[in-house]
Design a protein around this ligand. Structure first.
Ligand code: BG6
Length: 511
């Protein structure tokens, strides 16, 4: 029997059902763009389908394209249908789309904000959205400061009568330390830090959150999670795709800004951080910031010894010949932009002293694989003969973020038979088989948390700046000298990356 609204409310109050956000409106700047269609609206639709949104909820899209409310709805509906053919529920879409609206307008023009203000007021009266607003920056990053300023001037950043006004910002948070600071300062002229939600979609991934679950809900890992037991750590974000249609964006970004500054630094923080006192925004983010502060600064003249950049040339991926980066659309034929980065970092604190963290990311590698590999020290002594232990490798714990989400532990085991031959085998946990629940998309989780006012999985200003600080010398050095190394598409990156580990007597894993 379906529960009634009254029963649901009672269960929620007792904490036996998940909380539902307060009534409110999500205003999307840059609403005609890709992100709105591909990520934001589908995530909100899924939340609506799971009845995680209040009835008094609305979405208002703004961009310069001229469109009616209905044309905007139709466009979103089409995109949703393309994403999940035959799976869009008419009933859910009907009720959800009644709350979708569109305002054509120039986000630089103060008049747009006066109009928006009036429109939101009308929605409060007609749909009961109660004056709560979240402003989502899905536009071009160069417009972020202007939009924030206009919102502030129009009085829309003020939280009155207990109603919230939040701002959601997509990466990039600046393009270096200086611009990140400026952006943070610009935003803070109008919004307090606790009104700002900086999105890194990696933090919305279940398996990224599972790093914390694995470390802090199991007694057996923490005691060995340190330099006494860990030889080194490898963090990999490998992609088989190229830059596709994003050549123009990528030329400005490169892999260091696109992936390392945000996703990889976050994964590094979660792997290396101390146990937080509680799973709340300040406790978790405080510990992450401490890791960033502990990362050893790279002297400019050391960059060449600890950082490698590469760019893919023509090659073969999954049996298909693909173009080189310089042949991609909107890419300069002599571009030096990196599509691959490998770095060696140290976290100089009690726990990690002397343990290298090797991180690498690349496009057009042989497969998509994101993982953290914790390589433990060799056993101090094996009582078995050298011949018997030839197939034995040190213990290795691999946390697979995607795909085939799970955890595996490499252990030594006896090969069946009369001798005592030992070989390494994997103990494997696949999350997909352990839980029958469907894994929600990262945006679903993050948007819901934002609407509930929980910033735990969002980036604080000092985190964004801390990550830029680490990479600053690398960016400066690359901007001034040295050429990008090359690798054929479909391989594991340039030779220089292998040499980076070979110098330490180690090698990269093949995920
Ligand atoms: C984005 C980058 O932030 O992350 C893309 O801009 C990249 O270049 C993407 O492809 C990878 O995300 P995921 O979730 O597929 O690992």
């Amino acid at each position: 029997m379906a529960t009634t609204q009254v029963q649901e409310n009672v269960l929620r109050e007792e904490g036996r059902l998940p909380r539902t956000p307060e009534p409110g409106v999500v205003v999307i700047f840059g609403a005609s763009g890709d992100l709105t269609r591909r990520k934001i609206v589908p995530a909100l639709y899924d939340l609506a389908a799971q009845r995680r949104l209040p009835m008094e909820f609305a979405v208002v899209g703004i961009s310069r394209t001229k469109m009616s409310h209905d044309e905007f709805r139709e466009r979103l509906r089409k995109a949703l249908e393309e994403q999940r053919p035959g799976q869009v529920s008419e009933e859910v879409w009907d009720s959800f789309s009644k709350g979708i609206f569109y305002l054509p307008g120039d986000s630089k023009d103060p008049a747009t904000y006066e109009e928006l203000k009036g429109f939101l007021k009308k929605l409060d009266d007609e749909r009961g959205t109660e004056g709560n607003r979240a402003f989502y920056m899905a536009s071009s990053p160069s417009l972020f400061p202007t939009i924030v300023e206009r919102l502030g001037e129009a009085g829309m950043s003020r939280e009155e009568d207990g109603h919230y006004s939040r701002i959601v910002i997509e990466k990039p948070f600046g393009r270096d330390l200086k611009s990140a600071r400026e952006l943070n300062n610009d935003i803070r002229e109008h919004f307090r830090e606790d009104q700002i939600y900086r999105i890194d979609h990696y933090l919305g991934k279940e398996t990224v959150q599972n790093i914390l679950a694995l470390r802090f809900s199991n007694g057996i890992f923490e005691p060995i999670w340190n330099q006494h037991y860990v030889d080194h750590v490898q963090i990999t974000v490998a992609e088989d795709i190229g830059v596709g249609t994003r050549g123009a964006f990528y030329e400005e970004a490169g892999a260091l800004r696109d992936i390392v500054q945000n996703h990889m630094m976050q994964v590094l923080c979660l792997t290396a951080m101390e146990p937080p006192v509680a799973f709340d925004a300040e406790s978790v983010r405080e510990e992450k910031v401490k890791v960033l502060k502990a990362v050893r600064p790279i002297p400019r003249d050391e960059v060449k010894n600890v950082a490698v950049r590469g760019q893919y040339d023509r090659g073969w991926v999954f049996g298909k010949e693909v173009r080189g980066y310089r042949e991609e659309d909107d890419v300069a034929p002599d571009s030096e932009t990196e599509t691959y980065v490998a770095l060696k970092l140290y976290v100089d604190n009690w726990r990690w002293a002397g343990v290298p963290f090797y991180v690498r990311t690349g496009k057009r590698l042989p497969k998509k694989a994101t993982e953290i590999a914790i390589q433990f020290h060799k056993t101090p002594h094996t009582p078995f003969s050298g011949n018997d232990t030839q197939g034995l490798e040190p213990n290795l714990l691999v946390i697979r973020i995607q795909p085939e989400e799970g955890v595996s532990l490499k252990i030594g085991a006896k090969v069946p038979g009369s001798g005592f031959e030992i070989r390494s085998v994997n103990m494997d946990l696949l999350y997909g088989t352990a839980f029958s629940k469907e894994v929600p998309d990262a945006y679903q989780r993050l948007l819901l948390d934002m609407l509930l006012g929980d910033p735990t999985l969002f980036i604080r200003a000092d985190e964004a700046e801390g990550a830029w600080r680490i990479l600053e010398p690398v960016m400066e050095s690359w901007a001034q000298d040295g050429e990008v190394a090359h690798y054929p598409a479909g391989t594991w990156g340039p030779e220089e990356a292998d040499k980076l580990l070979a110098r330490d007597g180690r090698e990269w894993r093949r995920p």
